[in-house]
Design a protein around this ligand. Structure first.
Ligand code: ATP
Ligand code: MG
Length: 345
């Protein structure tokens, strides 16, 4: 069976006075039903832009999009990049749904929680307001909001941050989407609530057998929930593999740097946290060569000035493990485990 979502060579750019901002370049990945793909990378790496393209949420007058994002629906495949806007609008909130970092920007302050979930449901279902409120109450119950029958009549400001995020999840799931894109859904929450929300997402995924894309800059979150990971840097996927491969056998200098910047329980004694020095390059008129080279500690191991002149392709360097780097997998594994970066005591 084909994966539910197949993204192929997706490019998204924004024309500006200074030139085109190449926010997503040649993005290809798949997500199957029941699977969680995490997308990680620092701020500005193109995580949101590529997923907003899949949801059809860019302004077509100000965005140049090419490539494909195919939803393999029961009724047949639909490429949401080329499909008419009306088709994509009808799939949004039904076959595919998205939740955002800040629930207050997605919830209307003047309508009750129940009305908002009910409206989302009634867009795709026959039923009056009372049926809608009944469905909303069921959904609030499902996402663990206590006393749902009463709280369904309350307003967003009466809910805590974690509860609002639960409401967002309820609203996203009300029409049983097959694809759920969660864009930094727990960033604004404290750690305890964060892990409750992640647990809820996992439970909901099981319950509805969804394909889930989880966007985050937190590799700790990734370890908790993802099956596979795309690491993004400066608009490109630089590494793509199963979560364990990424954690224990990363073949990408940028990912290795990211991993060194998070606390790991398996390395508490011998590991000092690091940050990656420097900044990502501008996405306007990217220079030739590898986008990460100016920050890469391993560039000196590559012969000649290959890193400065040739952009590495995304290649399969181990089974089902793709990476962009001019070094061989043997060199990368060696560097990954060595003391080269001086991070160990
Ligand atoms: N409408 C737009 N016009 C011009 N540039 C844009 C537009 N939207 C996004 N960008 C740029 O595209 C790049 C990628 O942005 P994106 O929002 O995808 O980053 P991100 O990886 O989601 O970061 P964060 O972790 O901060 O959410 C950034 O440089 C951003 O400034
Ligand atoms: Mg973002």
């Amino acid at each position: 069976m084909k994966p539910f979502l197949e993204v192929k060579n997706l490019n998204v750019s924004f024309p500006t006075e200074d030139g085109n901002v190449n926010a997503s370049q040649d993005i290809s990945f798949e997500v199957a039903l029941g699977e969680t793909l995490a997308i990680v990378g620092e701020s500005g790496s193109g995580k949101s832009v590529s997923n907003l393209a899949i949801m059809g949420l860019h302004n077509p007058a100000r965005t140049i999009i090419s490539g494909q994002a195919i939803l393999n629906l029961e009724s047949g495949p639909v490429d949401v990049i080329t499909a008419p806007a009306e088709t994509v609008r009808r799939l949004r909130g039904k076959a595919m749904a998205m939740i955002f970092q800040d629930p207050m920007s997605s919830l209307h302050p003047y309508y009750s929680i129940g009305d908002q979930i009910s409206e989302a449901w009634r867009l795709y279902n026959e039923g009056n307001k009372k049926d809608g409120l009944k469905k909303a109450t069921e959904m609030l119950d499902l996402v663990g909001i206590p006393d749902a029958g009463r709280r369904v009549n309350e307003y967003p400001h009466q809910f805590s941050g974690g509860m609002r995020q639960r409401v967002m999840i309820a609203m996203a799931l009300v029409n049983n989407p097959q694809l759920l894109i969660a864009d930094e859904p727990t960033t604004a929450l404290d750690v305890t609530v964060q892990s409750q929300i992640l647990q809820l997402l996992r439970d909901m995924q099981k319950e509805f057998n969804m394909a889930v894309i989880l966007i985050t800059h937190d590799l700790g979150v990734v370890a908790e929930v993802a099956d596979r990971v795309n690491v993004m840097y400066a608009g490109k996927i630089v590494e793509q593999a199963k979560v364990d491969e990424i954690y224990y056998r990363s073949l990408q200098p940028y990912t290795m740097g990211l991993l060194q910047s998070i606390p790991r329980v398996d390395q508490l004694d011998s590991h000092r946290l690091k940050t990656i020095p420097g900044q990502p390059p501008s996405l306007i008129g990217l220079p030739a060569g590898c986008s990460f080279r100016a920050r890469c500690e391993f560039a000196s191991h590559v012969p000649g000035n290959l890193c400065a002149t040739v952009a590495p392709a995304l290649e399969e360097k181990a089974p089902a493990h793709l990476t962009r780097c001019h070094l061989t997998s043997a060199q990368l594994l060696e560097l990954n485990t060595s003391d080269v970066r001086g991070s160990h005591n």
